[in-house]
Design a protein around this ligand. Structure first.
Ligand code: MRU
Length: 353
């Protein structure tokens, strides 16, 4: 991909966050510039930037944008206000909160400098925050490559996999998590094919995953979400790999709505079902998936998707954006530190803590 999913443009003091506006894909590959924290919040909320790791990176840079030009006396309060504000954008992907916490810790480690109250010190702290955001961004690139490499033990020449939603370069710094396994396989010369669920209601599979796979010359077949079970029954599928938004201590995993149904189908058909996710997606504070907050989005996404009304005005709508797949349906979790399998609390602790 010639344009980066996220990038910082300019100096620390007056630079800004540039993002691919993913709501326009695949028709238009265009970027937007976020020069204040409100525009970063809006970009996350409206899914211009989306996917758990990418949301975390955007929020980290958003904190830098949010405290540019703030004086020493107000700096700490403003930083914490900005953190709280960005944290209110989307509730499910834990990477958002993880990245904000990292930024707060970096601030805490240098905050005594603000007591001097001079502008030089403030710019030094701003620089520290920027370095942390860039570190989160750069680390994600390495993590995605490692996930791609560890995933090779589960994918062989000639395999066909299904994926759901988009866990590719667009959802991360670049290269992806679930899609990283396919990209690496293709780079290693394995001949593979991928079925992409279109992913109702916002069509991340159709608009983003199919596009990314085709960009990299990987055989991509688009199906409606409701076709996955039949395709499995027809014997076309060797495995499933999807991303994750939050993984509880016992391995229960929240991901895009429809993932749970896909896991149930895979289980029934004896097809291995894998999650690919960085360690930052684990939330060991939550004992199980029932405690994961699930985002509910507006009715229009279902009744009036992409501006076309497809349901009667006034019909009741339920639109959870994520679901939770119980750990017992998950064959393994591919992380940057190795594959966790079988998926249980003990094995997760061994790799994550
Ligand atoms: O609502 P979205 O598009 O942000 O949902 C994204 C997903 O569910 C992804 O599968 C998940 O964040 C993992 S991305 C590496």
């Amino acid at each position: 991909m010639s344009i980066e999913t996220l990038s910082w443009v300019g100096d620390v003091s007056d630079g800004f966050l540039r993002l691919i506006d993913q709501t326009l894909l695949p028709l238009e590959l265009r970027t937007i510039d976020c020069r204040n924290v409100e525009s970063v919040w809006e970009a996350i909320k409206q899914l211009r930037v989306r996917g758990a790791p990418a949301i975390g990176i955007a929020a980290a840079y958003g904190m830098v944008v949010g405290v540019q030009n703030v004086g020493a006396g107000l700096f700490e309060k403003r930083l914490y206000d900005v953190a709280q504000y960005l944290a209110s954008s989307r509730p499910t992907a834990v990477n958002l909160f993880w990245a904000i916490d990292r930024m707060k810790h970096r601030f805490e480690s240098v905050k005594e400098l603000t007591s001097d109250g001079n502008t030089e010190v403030v710019s030094r702290i701003l620089e520290e925050l920027f370095l942390e955001a860039r570190k989160i961004h750069e680390e994600d690139r390495t993590i995605c490559r490692a996930i791609g490499n560890f995933g090779q033990s589960i994918i062989k020449n000639g395999d066909t996999f299904i994926t759901h939603c988009n866990a590719g370069g667009l959802a991360t710094a670049d290269y992806g998590t679930a899609l990283a396994v396919f990209f690496t396989a293709a780079e290693l010369g394995k001949r593979i094919a991928v079925y992409a669920d279109e992913t109702r209601p916002l069509l991340q599979g159709a608009r983003l995953t199919a596009w990314e796979l085709m960009q990299r010359g990987i055989s991509a077949t688009l199906i409606c979400d409701s076709m996955a079970a039949m395709v499995m029954r027809q014997g076309k599928i060797n495995g499933v790999i999807v991303g994750a938004d939050r993984i509880a201590a016992n391995g229960d995993t929240a991901n895009k709505i429809g993932t749970y149904g896909l896991a149930v189908s895979a289980h029934v058909h004896g097809i291995p079902f894998y999650i690919a996710a960085p360690v930052s997606t684990f939330d060991l504070m939550l004992s199980d998936g029932l405690r994961i907050p699930i985002e509910e989005r507006g009715a229009d996404e279902i009744c009036c998707g992409f501006g076309v009304r497809t349901a009667p005005e006034g019909v009741a709508v339920y639109n959870p954006a994520f679901d939770v797949t119980p750990a017992n349906f998950i064959t393994g979790i591919i992380t940057e530190r190795g594959i966790i399998s079988p998926v249980n609390k003990e094995n997760i602790e061994k790799i994550i803590s």
